[in-house]
Ligand binder design. Structure first.
Ligand SMILES: CC(C)(COP(=O)(O)OP(=O)(O)OC[C@H]1O[C@@H](n2cnc3c(N)ncnc32)[C@H](O)[C@@H]1OP(=O)(O)O)[C@@H](O)C(=O)NCCC(=O)NCCS
Length: 161
């Protein structure tokens, strides 16, 4: 059975405008780590990302413009819950609704795997991500103090699927 025969996988791969929405390929790993290093105080390393994608309940969805990764989400699903590892859109491709397409694709895949809700933690300083999720109807269900390694608090976010 190929990966595309598994339930939920009909959501990917597909086209969005001129971009391809696809599963992560090994060639994407370095690009994702480079993007994370540009955006996040605690980026994934190549070693950590390589370990994560080998875990059975990890899913990575990428958007490519040609061979360039311009957006991605990584998440894990456990029974009724799906949980975001991280997501991002390349700075040159923002406000094109790419994050919206990525999250909606992830929602559909997680739902097909039995997830009933999606959750995550967002830095209190990350107003773009909080606004983005509010726009998709996500709820901010609490604040977790000192969540990140640099001491920043997290807003715990949650959405029904
Ligand atoms: C947050 C992020 C993923 C949004 O990606 P994006 O592709 O630009 O988002 P979309 O185009 O789908 O935006 C949808 C809506 O979210 C809101 N939004 C997105 N970015 C915003 C910003 N910088 N400021 C305010 N609202 C924003 C808007 O309501 C937007 O709709 P509009 O463009 O019609 O006004 C992107 O800015 C990013 O990659 N940031 C760095 C990485 C990061 O912080 N990831 C999240 C933590 S894991």
């Amino acid at each position: 059975m190929s990966i595309n025969d598994l339930p939920g996988y009909e959501q990917v791969p597909r086209e969005h405008r001129d971009y391809q929405i696809d599963w992560l390929h090994p060639d994407d790993i370095e690009q994702i780590v480079a993007l994370e290093t540009g955006f996040f105080p605690e980026p994934l390393t190549i070693t950590k990302l390589t370990q994560l994608i080998q875990e059975p309940h990890t899913c990575y969805i990428v958007v490519r413009d040609g061979k360039q990764v311009i957006g991605y989400i990584g998440f894990q699903y456990f029974l009724a819950a799906a949980h975001t590892i991280s997501m991002a859109v390349h700075a040159g491709y923002r406000r094109e609704a790419l994050a919206t397409v990525i999250q909606k694709t992830a929602d559909a895949v997680a739902k097909k795997h039995g997830a009933r809700w999606f959750t995550g933690e967002v830095r209190v300083s990350n107003e773009p991500q909080l606004r983005f999720l509010r726009g998709l109807g996500w709820h901010e269900i609490g604040r977790c103090e000192n969540f990140f390694k640099n001491g920043e608090d997290a807003i715990v976010v949650w959405n029904w699927l």
